[in-house]
Design a protein around this ligand. Sequence first.
Ligand code: MG
Length: 383
Amino acid sequence: MKTRRVAILGSTGSIGSQTLEVVASQPSLSVCALAAGNNWRLLAEQARQFRPEAVAVASPESAEAIRSAAGAGDVPHILSGPDAMTELIHRTHPDVVLSGVVGTSGLAPTLAAIECGATLAIANKETLVMAGAIVMPAAHAAGVPVLPVDSEHSAIFQCLLAGRREQVRRIVITASGGALRDWPGEKVEKATVADALKHPTWSMGRKITIDSATLINKALEVVEAHWLFDMPAEQIDVVLHGESIVHSFVEYCDGSAIAQMGKPSMTTPISYALSWPERFERQVAPLDLATAGKLTFSALSDRFERAVRLGHAAIARGGAAGAVLNAANEAAVEAFLAGRIRFGRIVEMVETVLNQTPPVTEVTLEALLRADSWARTQVQELI
Ligand code: MG
């Protein structure tokens, strides 16, 4: 297989570490760049093992810490500061940029990757939710492939290979239901951070685990699917599937539904994004459906429906609504994690702010960034 130099943004997070696992097992992949927030110890360890040309960290203090901890000659080029990830990409010119950062900080480096002509492997759904209207046309214009790493979207991407775009009747995203799936409504209202972080099937970062418990993760994924696959809101559905084995499916005009299945492990979609259009040979235990016994599906409860519909509403509103949905949610989740609001208020607040989205005359990066900070302010006022 053709060799590829990979840049990993968010290398110390859940997606980043699993990407490094995949890279370590594939001789055709090498790491040219790593970027992390402030977990400099782990970053330094990763740099020692994977020998990137350069690394990026959030603060100059973290950069200094890496320098002083490492022996002379053992340190790659170190960048820090708010533009470090963007500089990192311009400096190393990767073949593939895998973006596993959380939240809107992924936007600028994503645009930098497109400028450099690197293939985009996107786990950072927030970037697409906020700025899909800018990212996707820019990627198309540059001829840059955008490969989803989100498990549902990786599934849809693969299922769409079974037919032509105009033959698709709808796509159906599966949802595990998160940590509080079977809780009664009154109890959910008061769920603690620890409760909401106990995900039944997936092991992921904190923000996305909370998003899974509110089901806003699916609202974001509806918008993400809209941009990735150029699919109107009314052709995107969500169904509950507790086992997380069917990662999503696509229904065609003749009634045929093509699903993608696999164990709930992010290394599978990561591997696919890094090998596409080929597939890597990997040492994984086979999917044993006989042992799984049965796969269950059910319609969304009212609480879940309310959260998921925020995605459809954001698409229908257009303009800066995606940016508002994403930013209001980020702010509300932060407030919940900090113990400032009850769990039950997250969806309520996001809905309130989304409904007041100010109109924009033209969807520019500046307009989206303005909408983003407007939404965060609105959430603070509601708190
Ligand atoms: Mg997902």
